[in-house]
Design a protein around this ligand. Sequence first.
Ligand code: AKG
Length: 259
Amino acid sequence: MSRTVKAGAVQFNIRLGDVDANVRYVEDALRRLAAAGCTLAVLPEMWDTGYAYKELNELAKRTPGVVAELGRLSRELGMVIVGSMPEPHGEKVCNTAYVLDRGDLIGTYRKIHLFSLMGEDRSLDGGDQWLVVDTSAGRIGVFICYDLRFPELARRLALEGAEIIVVPAEWPKPRDEHWKALLKARAIENQLFVVAANCCGIQGKLDFFGSSLIIGPKGEHLAEGGYEPCEISATLDFGEMESWRRQIPCFTDRKPECY
Ligand SMILES: O=C(O)CCC(=O)C(=O)O
C-alpha cells in the first residue's frame, strides 16, 4: 500500500476587509473538507482580508489571533492548513503563508515575488526565503500566487524534496489560461502534486474566476473548481508519483552544469 493523503482547496468569495465573515466561511469550509476525509487544506491568498490596501496595516494586527484560531481548528480536525494572510512587518505588511499542522505553526513563507502590476511591490514588503517543510500530510513547498510565473522557485522546492506545492492565490481574469497552464507546467516539470486555491467573485475592480485545481505529477487534473464558491478534493498517491519519477527520471537526467 503506498502512502496517500486526501487534499482539498477552499474557493470562496473573499469579503474585502471583513475578517470575521471570512473566518466564519473558512471554518465551515474546513469542517466540510475534514468530513470528506481531507487532512490537507489550502486556502486562497490573503484569505481573511483580501487586498484591502487602505486598511491593511490595521487589519494585519488581527492576524496573530486568526492564526491562533486556525491552529485550534487544525488541531481539532487533525489537519494541515495553509493559506496566506497579511503579516505585520515594521511599518509595512508581508503577504505571508502560515503552515499549521494539527495545532502547531510549523512554517511561514513570505511571498517573494510581489505582483507589480497591481502595486503589491509598492505597498508590501517581500520575502527572501523559500519554504519546504515536513508535515503530517507530506513534504510541502509553498508558493503564493504570482510566484507561479517563476519556475526557478518551483525547481528549488522540488530539489529540496517537496512532494506537494501548495498555491494560495487571488488570480483574476482575464489570465485564466495562464493560471491553468502554469499550475500544470509546474506539476509536470517537477513531477509532483500541486494543490492550488483561488478565490472567486468580484473584489473591488477585480473579477476572480475560481478554477482552483489539484494536479498530479503527470499533469492530470485530479479536481477542479468552477466559478462559484466550492471545496475541491482529491487523493494524492505518493507511490504513483515515485513510480512516475522512475519511468521518466527527470531529476537524475538533469544536466545543471550545461545551463
Ligand atoms: O500573475 C498573475 O497574472 C496574477 C498574480 C496575482 O494576482 C498576484 O500575485 O496577486
